[in-house]
Design a protein around this ligand. Structure first.
Ligand SMILES: [Fe+2]
Ligand SMILES: [Fe+2]
Length: 327
């Protein structure tokens, strides 16, 4: 077997030229992002110090009392959302590998990483202060998650990275927003944190889908090919963790995030990029277009199947003290 150690990223020369030509657009999108965002910090949401009118001990007591009401499926959603955020080293690395380290792309990567880094921090501050998990068990899971690495089969195709990040940002935005909504009745604090996070995710989503839109316009067939490789199933870095599938199933049963949500995201992006309406394609391009437009129906059939075979059962997780969760 050939060694792949230190194999440099190789881009198709056309893709390389498209990425370089997109740099001024990336500068503009980054600027637009900076103008729209309001920078916030985890300590504003979960203060670790006594500010005016704030007594940290009293606050902590209130947080713990309110958190007691959180349903288990919401706790599982918080765990999976936190893990996903803590996968940031994987994503930062992939973006740097695929988009380089000395260009407006890397300026975006650093800005994006700084924003994303607050998401894991803010959620961790909350779950730790609220005492909703066995933190040791959660930390062991997080450790394995980072240690197992993440190498999606993108085959040196930077368009797959851009397609993936578009889908992923919308998926995390939806998961955080829906988790926050489910928390709202019990815990306004975590709902507020998740609202801040999902606001960031929707601005990130605007960036990546805007970039990919340009790719579709400038290099249509390769863009369609990349989409077809990524869209049918969104690989998550956590899928190697024991129990990850069961956690996903709990979150699906709680109607927080599942195949129906993913189907909606796929439909939304196919429409945003106007994939169905593309004209002037070659025979191969039309074939790719056709296959892409069939994905939503296939995802719907998969969701139907999952729902049809789903019957009440119980789940246990070590980070929730191995108690029975019946759903
Ligand atoms: Fe995030
Ligand atoms: Fe994001």
């Amino acid at each position: 077997m050939a060694s792949v150690v230190n194999k440099p990223p190789f881009f198709d020369p056309v893709q390389h030229d498209v990425l370089v030509a997109l740099e001024p657009f990336v500068v503009d999108l980054t600027q637009a992002h900076l103008e729209r965002r309001k920078l916030w910090f985890p300590n504003e949401l979960m203060p670790a110090d006594d500010g005016p009118g704030v007594e940290a001990d009293v606050e902590l007591k209130q947080v713990r009392e309110a958190a007691r009401g959180l349903p288990d499926e919401v706790r599982v959603a918080l765990a999976i959302n936190l893990l996903t955020e803590e996968g940031l080293p994987h994503f930062h690395r992939l973006i740097a590998v695929y988009l380089g380290n000395e260009s407006p792309w890397s300026a975006w990567n650093n800005l994006w990483t700084a924003e994303e880094d607050r998401h894991g921090c803010a959620m961790r501050d909350y779950v730790r202060d609220a005492r909703i998990f066995d933190m040791g068990a959660l930390e062991r899971m997080q450790y394995r998650y980072i240690e197992s690495g993440f190498n999606p089969a993108w085959e040196q195709d930077p368009y797959r990275l851009l397609a993936y990040t578009s889908l992923q940002e919308r998926a995390t935005q939806m998961a955080h927003a829906n988790t926050g909504r489910s928390c709202g009745a019990y815990e306004p604090k975590i709902q507020r944190i998740l609202a801040h996070i999902s606001g960031d995710e929707s601005r990130h989503y605007a960036f990546y889908r805007g970039v990919f839109n340009e790719v579709v316009e400038r290099d249509t067939e390769r863009a369609l090919y990349a989409l077809l490789k990524v869209m049918p199933a969104l690989a998550m870095p956590g899928h190697t963790i024991p129990n990850y599938d069961l956690m996903s199933e709990v979150v699906r049963r709680g109607d927080i995030y599942g195949p129906r949500h993913y189907q909606k995201i796929v439909e939304e992006l196919l429409a945003f990029w106007r994939i169905g309406g593309l004209t002037g394609l070659s025979a191969k391009g039309r074939e790719l277009q056709d296959k892409l437009m069939k994905i939503p129906a296939r995802l719907a059939r998969m969701a139907d199947y999952v729902e049809a075979k789903s019957s009440p059962r119980s789940f246990t997780f070590d980070f929730l003290g191995d108690r029975q969760i019946k759903l």
